[in-house]
Design a binder for this molecule. Structure first.
Ligand SMILES: Cc1cc2nc3c(=O)[nH]c(=O)nc-3n(C[C@H](O)[C@H](O)[C@H](O)COP(=O)(O)OP(=O)(O)OC[C@H]3O[C@@H](n4cnc5c(N)ncnc54)[C@H](O)[C@@H]3O)c2cc1C
Length: 416
């Protein structure tokens, strides 16, 4: 069924009896051509593009819980393409372009809202760095603007411009950045994939891989063995655990990242803002809650919940930027598991096992990457060669010293 204004009108006049399920709930078949492990944003997008753009069939997504219950439904919803390095910027700009046409493409309201993102500048050196980044973005076909202090003040007069430690001197703005309703992205891709014949199998945990003579034959699951010609892994924070079934040890650690929502406030922040001196990013949801986040918890964990020291640390960052939020009440916090890589950049690559492919290492920036990640992973699965914007995201970059270290932190996953 196509969703449209006409359909809403028709259903409103006929008692809303015509709405069907958004996707089927099929039993797993004995084998598929493609199995995608992980029903998060990346896994669902991969299945969708495999079927729709690359015309492949007999595809299943296996999800251990429910679709969208992982990071895709837990993030702070920010999309942008304001990266500096060559390996990253073309990929994230490709993703932003896909976001721009996504709702029409998969016929679902994902509330893509290009409300603009600003990264605040607090020192002269930071202004130089922001200028360089903005130029790199423009050279890769993205948009970037350098704002001076008065322009930022006109947008957000309530910021603490004269903070003695972190005076605000301007900002790097990307107007095409913004937010997207996170779980609607999972639902939109799920519905789109299902309508192209993909089997979405929930409550189906992959517990092992059957590999013979260096080739994958299928996966062991909580619902029995399922055969496959090709298997793509897109399980975000569980990457190390799942790839261990193939005997692989990844250049990756899992850490918790928390998100926060305040009580509903009157409209205050119409875009997305990041604090350049500490780690704090904030936007305001359509319901009025301030949605914000900061650093990861800093130690390895597979728990989808966070701890109080980081709550305090993130809120200190917020208070330094806009002291008046100290009067707002915090309503909710939650955590997701981040697949933090050694250089802070992702991997979309084949493995040493014939027919086994890997997608992960998104750190805490993978939501914005969802469309391009799905597209590029589907490209790799279908054609056995990397998409032009994802050529740098290979396992062997660590072997060859070709790291894509956007933050310049070195091999320190918790710092990226
Ligand atoms: C608090 C927080 C804030 C964030 N903010 C942003 C942001 O503002 N912008 C941004 O770009 N990114 C952000 N991120 C990062 C982003 O959410 C992730 O990088 C991205 O969602 C990861 O890809 P995914 O959607 O496929 O992951 P997930 O949704 O986690 O999908 C992986 C799926 O694999 C399943 N799985 C795991 N093991 C198995 C198994 N053995 N068998 C079957 N299924 C399995 C899981 O159940 C899960 O559903 C944030 C993350 C968090 C937690």
């Amino acid at each position: 069924m196509r969703y449209s204004g006409f359909r809403i009108l028709k259903e409103a006049l006929t008692g809303h009896k015509g709405w069907g399920h958004a996707w089927r709930d099929p039993e797993p078949q004995t084998s598929y051509d493609y199995i995608i492990i992980g029903g998060g944003g990346h896994g669902l997008a991969t299945a969708y593009y495999l079927a729709k753009e690359f015309k492949q069939a007999r595809i299943a997504v296996l999800e251990k819980g429910y679709l969208g219950g992982g990071n895709v439904g837990r993030n702070t919803t920010i999309i942008r393409s304001n990266y500096l390095l060559d390996g990253n910027e073309p990929f994230y700009e490709f993703s932003l372009k896909l976001w721009e046409g996504l709702e029409q493409d998969f016929n679902y309201n994902a509330m893509v809202s290009q409300r603009g993102i600003i990264n605040l500048i607090h020192t002269d050196a930071a202004r130089d760095a922001a200028t360089r980044r903005g130029n790199a973005m423009i050279m890769n076909g993205a948009d970037a603007e350098l704002l001076n202090r008065d322009q930022v003040r006109a947008m957000y007069p309530f910021l603490n411009f004269d903070n003695a430690r972190f005076p605000i001197k301007g900002a790097l703005m990307q107007r095409r950045g913004g937010t997207v309703r996170h779980d609607a992205v999972a639902w939109g891709y799920a519905r789109g994939a299902d309508s192209h014949g993909v089997d979405l199998i929930q409550n189906c945990e992959v517990t092992g891989m059957r590999i013979e003579n260096g080739k994958i034959l299928g996966v062991e699951t909580s619902r029995g063995f399922i055969g496959a010609k090709k298997v793509g892994v897109a399980v975000a924070g569980s990457s190390s655990k799942v790839m261990a079934h193939a005997g692989m040890r990844l250049p990756m650690e899992s850490h918790v990242l928390q998100a926060f929502v305040s009580e509903g406030l009157k409209p205050l922040i119409d875009g997305v803002m990041t604090f350049g001196a500490g780690h704090f990013y904030v936007s305001q949801s359509d319901k009025g809650g301030l949605v914000f986040g900061g650093d990861i918890d800093g130690y390895n964990s597979y728990a989808q919940r966070g701890n109080l020291p980081v709550v305090e640390d993130v809120i200190e960052g917020g208070m330094a930027l806009m002291p008046m939020i100290g009067r707002a009440r915090l309503l909710r916090t939650w955590g997701g598991i981040m697949d933090m890589s050694m250089d802070g950049s992702p991997i979309i690559d084949k493995t040493h096992v014939d027919g086994l492919y890997f997608n992960g290492g998104w750190c805490y920036g993978g939501f914005k990457a969802t469309p391009a990640s799905g597209w590029c992973f589907a490209h790799l699965l279908a054609k056995d060669e990397p998409h032009v914007t994802a050529e740098a995201y290979r396992f062997d970059r660590f072997l060859k010293g070709l790291m894509i270290d956007e933050k310049g932190q070195g091999a320190q996953p918790n710092m990226h």
